[in-house]
Design a protein around this ligand. Sequence first.
Ligand code: NAD
Length: 292
Amino acid sequence: MSKVGFIGLGIMGGPMAANLVKAGHEVVGYNRSQAKVDKLVADGGKAAASVAEAVRDAEIIFTMLPDSPDVEAVVLGEDGVLANAKSGALLVDCSTIRPDVSRRVAEAAAEKGVRALDAPVSGGEPKAIDGTLSIMVGGEADAFAAAQDVLNAVGTTIVHVGPSGAGQTVKAANQLIVAGNIGLVAEALVFLEAHGVDTEAGMKVLGGGLAGSTVLDAKNEKMRNREFAPGFRLELHHKDMGIVQAAARDAGLTIPLGSLVSQLVAAAVAQGDGKLDHSGLLKQITQLNGRD
Ligand code: NAD
């Protein structure tokens, strides 16, 4: 069993840390807002009052933070993870961030004798709670092997996809597919409603055929009921579509469908819906059609 430091106990990090406790690891957690730390303590973890305190004795350090600047500040910043981690520690960054930032973090970590993996996840809050996340891991093979036990506590599909940054590239592809899928489920729903079809029955049969998807299964009922409590916030998906578009440009690629859906996500955020679940993209499609 490992001594784990866990920074970022939000919608995803909170249940992931709790699952590490359940698996028998000693978890010391830190979050900017204290209530999340108190929740970890209630789940059997220990509280840290700073990043330094969370990582000082840790063999494995998890970060689960919103965006690239957050990871840069927490990991590379003054009195951050690398300033305090033991040599030989392993950093597992599960945040979804830019691949180039993950590579830079891994290089800075190596200079301090810390091994680093980018290990973004997919599956959302339900799979974070169940410990059944899909985890795409970039980094050295020996670091991946060393992380197996802790990753098994939070996920079930855990794949080493390449060197540092490769996990983030695969996650960017994941977010491209998910955004496009949500957009099309939303259009199908508005289409069925306009034709007066029973949308519950319609979605049920669509889910059993080639149109079926994890997105359709997980989101269609809440979309039908216009329930958009997050989950995964539109503002975070907006961030991810920026990562996808920049990475596509870096590779000299055009992603026409991805660009269209990222404009719709941007419009949703601009109209004040950034705190809604990403299934709230349905509101954009509905408004474009002049419907409620
Ligand atoms: P969240 O906002 O709920 O959690 C982030 C946590 O980090 C918050 O509790 C916040 O207080 C904390 N935090 C931010 N800056 C900090 C700092 N400097 N020091 C300490 N704590 C700090 O976000 P989330 O939904 O858990 O997402 C986290 C990451 O996981 C994001 O990169 C997101 O894109 C990705 N992700 C989210 C989901 C999802 O369904 N929510 C799914 C897959 C991946």
